[in-house]
Design a binder for this molecule. Sequence first.
Ligand SMILES: Nc1ncnc2c1ncn2[C@@H]1O[C@H](COP(=O)(O)OP(=O)(O)OP(=O)(O)O)[C@@H](O)[C@H]1O
Ligand SMILES: [Mg+2]
Length: 460
Amino acid sequence: MARILIVDDDEALREGIAETLGDLGHEPVQAGDGAAALARLAKGGIDAVLLDLRMPGIDGIEVLRRMRTLPAPPPVAVLTAVPTADNTIEAMRLGAVDHLAKPVGRDDLAALVARMLPAPARAATAPPEVGEDELVGSSGPMREVQKSIGRLADSETTVLITGETGTGKEVVARAIHRHGRRGGRAFVAVNCAAIPGPLLESQLFGHARGAFTGAIADRAGSFREADGGTLFLDEIGDMDLAMQAKLLRVLQDRMVVPVGGKPVAVDVRILAATHRDLRAMVAKGEFREDLFYRIGVVPVHLAPLRERLSDILPLAEYFLARAGGGRRLSGEAAARLLAHPWPGNVRELRNAMERAAVLAPLAVLSAADFAFLAGEATTTATDWLAGDLPAAVARLESELIRRALAACGGNRAEAARRLNIHRQLLYEKMRRYDLDVSANRTGGVGEADGSVGEGRPKTQ
Ligand SMILES: Nc1ncnc2c1ncn2[C@@H]1O[C@H](COP(=O)(O)OP(=O)(O)OP(=O)(O)O)[C@@H](O)[C@H]1O
Ligand SMILES: [Mg+2]
């Protein structure tokens, strides 16, 4: 059932259409002129409009024109006693769904309304109402992250969120805040990398009026803005050592000292994120060890997208749905997305889906619609998918293992953790795929490495 607005200055005609719509199971709403129609539309809740063109005052064409400035105008069909080429063209140009000559019979009206309203099936698969902060994904690593968020939300501990660029660190920070006791209070995010040292101090702690040239008014600073809520210190690894010392003091004393002002108590929960390896920075003296232990109490790590392949398609479909337009992925497009290494992680995937949603010519996206993805995938996409299932899976597994090992400098325990498999299984697979670098150098195809006696076939 839909609520349909009938706009016509002829009352008898309006009543007739209203009765028919009622019979068809819809709820008719009437307006006797353009001004009344626009006033009713502004209130919202109208699913479709049947619009007369010739009316005293604001005419139908003008109603159409003004409707285009509404945030989400409902579909409009024009019904006119005097159809002309001009008013037909103009009405269609202004976005009318159809343009019919009066009188319109019951069957035509039923067909018209059916065309104007979204089909029930489509309505059911329409993008769910999801907020910006939705956490999509059910891969092993993602589920672990979701569980951590649940466990950490209500506590007051500082959480350090790590992961490559675009993996969703900020989304996770917002989720921890939203699900926790402070959820209704402020969430303030500060990007420590974007603000030079001296400015960062007054940004975070505020300043008193006249504290320095240019301080023309008191400034509260992010800590006090977040009072009662959560302060998200993004890119904390980029904070200079002097600021690190000041931050540590605030975390210990729960007091901020505005530049040129007196200490003020604050009640703030701290979440921090970085794409850097803070432990390594501590070792090099670039990050204070005491601060590291203070903020790194509970780490949450976001694996890169290439290590959680099963998240790629759900995320792709989520971004596609959010882009609107009802587009879907073909099987080959899905394979293409799976084969891409996603150096920019979820952000890159989101951009790719938004771009494809705008540019793709057909409702079903093909692999060609993702030709803009970096060259690497173009050449490998076909190879990856060649042969039978075991061969394709083996290719994928060995590549993921190779990358994980490379990313951890050959540390197998670490690589196994990243891949979310047991170390024994990693060893077994490394042997199977000839990735055992300690026994022979990687690859080693056709090289006389002393182990050829095994006679293992190394052909593709
Ligand atoms: N699990 C997810 N579900 C839905 N959207 C996600 C998810 N992860 C990331 N995103 C989206 O991807 C984009 C990048 O996420 P976000 O900004 O949180 O990454 P980041 O790790 O903070 O990146 P950077 O290190 O570059 O700051 C955002 O648009 C975010 O909404
Ligand atoms: Mg970020």
